[in-house]
Design a protein around this ligand. Structure first.
Ligand code: NDP
Ligand code: 8X3
Length: 251
């Protein structure tokens, strides 16, 4: 029987690439995001291969999250795989100049949103004593870089939540692991720099960044291991990147 995967942040970047690959691999999809037109287009495209259901909610709104999960039709109500991917950075400022709105957004989306979605889905996985959760962290969850302060804090929180989930869900046989990418060219920097596309492009100039499809390949590798294998924590960077601050842009 085909598995059902719920992917948050499926309308763009890593989430979209993962949805496309999962569809090719025959995994049914519950695709989540806020941009309905993109969800509709994806449902039409990927629905040719697998069953697709879309959910439009903001991960910051805990009631919307819970209502969306409860609303799932019978055939999608059993979630085998949860990809906690929705997230973003807002701003790149020294801590004394950061905006409170940006800080709220990053903590509310990357940390609290991930928790709200997990909370809505965990009871069914615990009840069935099976399931697989992949948390998309970041190299920013492993080290702190200049002006990254609150984004890095939010991703360090994801790292801690990933470990905490794995410990607490261990008695139920639920697999939990994180994939922590370095620089991936997506809409991430456009969001961080509030639509300034020229500035966003400079982040990926002079070297070959990861493509969202590179991360999707890894996520599929993680979910396709035999049940006794849990990839707990994985860091992946472009070859040109050695750390958050060391990127060889002249190779
Ligand atoms: P994108 O901006 O391309 O995608 C972000 C996705 O998250 C979109 O589908 C967006 O959908 C969704 N999203 C954002 N805010 C909300 C919200 N409040 N409620 C619901 N959905 C939301 O970025 P990436 O694909 O790069 O980012 C995906 C994840 O990967 C993030 O957690 C990011 O931190 C992480 N990451 C990214 C790296 C990179 O270099 N790109 C590196 C390391 C980690 P919509 O707008 O439709 O709601
Ligand atoms: C995204 C990677 O280095 O832009 O999480 O913060 S970075």
């Amino acid at each position: 029987m085909k598995k059902n995967a719920l992917i948050t942040g499926a309308t763009s970047g890593i989430g979209l690439a993962t949805a496309s690959l999962f569809a090719k691999k025959g995994i049914n999809l519950i695709l989540c995001g806020r941009r309905q037109e993109r969800l509709d287009a994806l449902a039409a495209e990927l629905g040719e291969r697998v069953r697709v259901h879309t959910l439009n909610f903001d991960v910051r709104n805990r009631e919307s999250v819970s209502k969306a999960i409860i609303s799932l039709p019978e055939e999608f109500s059993k979630i085998d795989i949860l990809i906690n991917n929705a997230g973003n950075a807002h701003g790149l400022d020294p801590i004394d100049e950061g905006s409170l709105e940006d800080w709220d957004a990053m903590i509310d989306i990357n940390v609290k949103g991930l928790l709200y979605v997990s909370k809505a889905i965990l009871p069914q996985m615990v009840g069935r004593k099976t399931g697989h959760i992949i948390n998309i962290g970041s190299t920013a969850g492993k080290e702190v870089y200049p002006k990254g302060n609150v984004y890095c804090a939010s991703k360090h929180a994801v790292d801690a939540i990933n470990q905490g989930m794995r410990i607490d869900l261990n008695p139920y046989g639920i697999r939990v692991g994180a994939v922590n990418p370095g620089l991936v060219e997506t809409e991430f920097s456009k969001v961080r720099f509030k639509g300034d596309e020229a500035r966003a492009e400079t982040v990926y100039q002079g070297f070959q960044p990861l493509r969202p499809e590179d991360i999707a390949d890894i996520v599929y590798f993680v979910v396709s291991r035999p049940y006794h294998v849990n990839i707990a924590d994985l860091v992946v960077m472009p070859t040109a990147q050695a750390s958050s601050t060391i990127v060889n842009r002249n190779a």
